[in-house]
Design a protein around this ligand. Structure first.
Ligand code: GAP
Length: 586
């Protein structure tokens, strides 16, 4: 199955079985918005609960937060979103469509023009075939392409392809040539027309707070959940009995007015994030307290956080924590990669950023990111709000008190030198060190930031399988099965009465269903042959199907059938619950 058709098959299953629907479908849908149906909302809830359990409940060093979606607009000025949270956008002068400048070639390749050109290029670039395309199919597909509109442009392109066919054997090169014989133009991927220069387009959704539609009342739907964590940092610190290093976690809706939402739910305009801001001591404070800073070169044991860890180790620790969670949710370790952003790709304040990239059917793309953001965010809010974001660290104050004047001077000189090497001002370094001696600093932060919808899409893509089966009589059949991890599966167990016209069996099955549904998301199905019922559950990824039959009435055992192996065994209800708990309780 091609990647596109596998995404088509997955989205069609999601619609058919109630995982994901187009938002506002009865009115033709609204681009970039998706609704989660009965099974989808269960699965999404499982992902979020699992993240919350792993990130907050199962740890002693993380506290939770649930902040509002609309916040004071000054937050977005301080965070930089008002000034810089934008995508470069082009408009086509021909068809008037808007698109992200960095997605033009992707749109072309995935669209009808790209598909048609790929056909033309089968076996290499042939000038006559290309000319035939321009005079035929392209009139409907790319009517504003120069070589379609202007015979002279076509003649020029024809000559170039004839002279060097190997140069135009790929879709992009050929399309650019057909737009301009110089090949310097990027044409519209929808019609071949001329594009405007890219212009920044802010991705935040604007709204008005209160009855008066006045610029003074403008507010924004949050484009990320993270900023509320910084804005509430001092309140959480004061009330949670936490001390640095510790984290604040939040999950919830975020909104981005994406220019070209695409690839199903991958890039939506309304989506959910699960974000952790894990606050750590600046390395200089660690050095004063521990006498050294542990770095990755020291090969630390990443399973056991230590006071001497510097930012680099904390960052790698969180990369590993996030990978372990992703694997536990059911994505195999070889289905995603760590992409370490290069120095020129990093934001100016960031020390490191790792994207976890999953191999989606439409390409290897970001699933989530883990960034080491220094003290940028808290410092920005300190500057813009005028409220201190510093913490007082008793251990630091005690450690500094042990230094004599010479040692203090030497430490200050060392930090000033290190900061200068990173292009930071010496007087700022010395002021920072003076605060450290007083036990005060603005914490640095490691930010693991994940998307619920993206994780769910990856899990759907990973789980989908069409199995060819042959029965005892040699009859071939296709079984569609979603191999979800039981942790995220929307239904954990399905309960079937073997027959529905025998009240003893039927009522016993209802009793079993009543008992199981108190503990697990359970589903009742009494319709059709057992084999058909199994298939219906396979298609939604239910790990276990339980059948109640005549033997159940005699000895209390039921048949449990495993989704992946399709093997059945007889167990008591207690054994069944033990089996399920062994997987679901951790
Ligand atoms: N606070 C950092 C932050 O928001 P980001 O890389 O912009 O970083 C984090 O977003 C995660 O949120 C992404 O890795 C992705 O999983 C999810 N995400 C971002 N934009 C999204 C969109 N338009 N649709 C779906 N998920 C999105």
């Amino acid at each position: 199955m091609s990647s596109a058709s596998s995404l088509d098959a997955i989205s069609s299953l999601c619609k058919r079985r109630g995982f994901i629907f187009h938002s506002s479908e009865i009115y033709g849908g609204i681009n970039g918005f998706w609704d989660y149906g009965p099974l989808g909302c269960e699965m999404k809830r499982n992902i979020k609960e699992d993240w919350w359990r792993a990130t907050v409940r199962n740890r002693e060093d993380v506290a939770g937060l649930d902040a509002t979606i609309i916040m004071h607009p000054a937050i977005w000025k301080a965070s930089g979103h008002l000034d810089t949270f934008s995508d470069p956008m082009c408009t086509c002068k021909g068809c008037k469509k808007l698109m992200r400048a960095d997605q033009i070639w992707d749109i072309l390749r995935d669209g009808a023009i790209g598909e048609s050109l790929a056909g033309v290029l089968e076996g290499g670039a042939d000038a006559a075939k290309v000319a035939g395309w321009c005079k035929g199919k392209a009139k409907g597909l790319a009517p504003n392409l120069k070589a379609v509109l202007d015979p002279e442009a076509l003649t020029a392109a024809f000559g170039k392809i004839k002279a060097a066919p190997e140069e135009y054997a790929d879709t992009e090169r050929l399309y650019a040539l057909l737009a301009d014989a110089g090949g310097a133009v990027t044409p519209c991927p929808y019609c071949g027309g001329e594009l405007t220069e890219p212009r920044p387009f802010n991705l935040m959704f604007k709204t008005v707070v209160g009855p008066v539609d006045d610029p003074a009342n403008v507010a924004y739907l949050r484009p990320e959940t993270a900023q509320a964590i910084f804005a509430q940092f001092q309140n959480v610190l004061a009330t949670s009995r936490q001390q640095v290093p510790f984290g604040i976690a939040q999950m919830g809706k975020s909104f981005r007015n994406e220019v070209t939402p695409r690839n199903y739910t991958f890039r939506s305009r309304e989506f959910e994030q699960m974000e952790l801001e894990f606050f750590i001591r600046p390395d200089e404070a660690v050095e004063l307290i521990c006498g050294k800073v542990t770095r990755m070169a020291d090969k630390p044991d990443l399973g056991a956080p230590a006071a001497s860890w510097g930012w680099e180790v904390w960052h790698k620790y969180w990369v590993e924590q996030r990978k372990a969670w992703i694997i536990a949710c059911g994505l195999p370790a070889d289905s995603f990669v760590e992409y370490w952003q290069k120095p020129d790709e990093l934001a100016h304040y960031a020390r490191a950023c790792v994207d976890i990239e999953y191999s989606f059917p439409f390409g290897v793309q970001e699933l989530e990111g883990i960034a080491a953001r220094s003290d940028f965010d808290l410092s920005q809010h300190q500057k813009h709000s005028g409220k201190s974001m510093e913490v007082f660290d008793e251990q630091l104050k005690l450690a500094a008190a042990k230094l004599d004047d010479a040692a203090r001077q030497a430490f200050s000189d060392k930090v000033a030198g290190e900061w200068a090497a990173r292009g930071k001002a010496e007087d700022a370094a010395r002021a920072f060190v003076l605060k450290l001696f007083d036990g005060r600093y603005v914490p640095h932060v490691i930010e693991p930031s994940a998307g619920v919808d993206r994780m769910m899409l990856a899990l759907l893509c990973n789980a989908y399988e069409e199995q060819k089966l042959t029965d005892d009589k040699g009859k071939e059949d296709t079984r569609v099965v979603m191999h979800f991890s039981p942790r995220v599966a929307p239904v954990k167990v399905a309960v079937f009465p073997l027959v529905k016209n025998k009240p003893e069996v039927y009522n016993r099955a209802r009793e079993v269903f009543g008992r199981l549904r108190k503990r697990y998301a359970a589903f009742w199905d009494e319709g059709g042959a057992i084999g058909r019922r199994y298939r219906r559950q396979d298609e939604i990824g239910t790990p276990w199907c339980v059948t109640i039959d005549f033997q159940t009435l005699e000895d209390g055992t039921v048949t449990v059938r495993d989704r992946d192996t399709m093997l059945q065994e007889r167990v008591t209800l207690e054994q069944l619950e033990e089996k399920i708990d062994a997987v679901l309780i951790y």
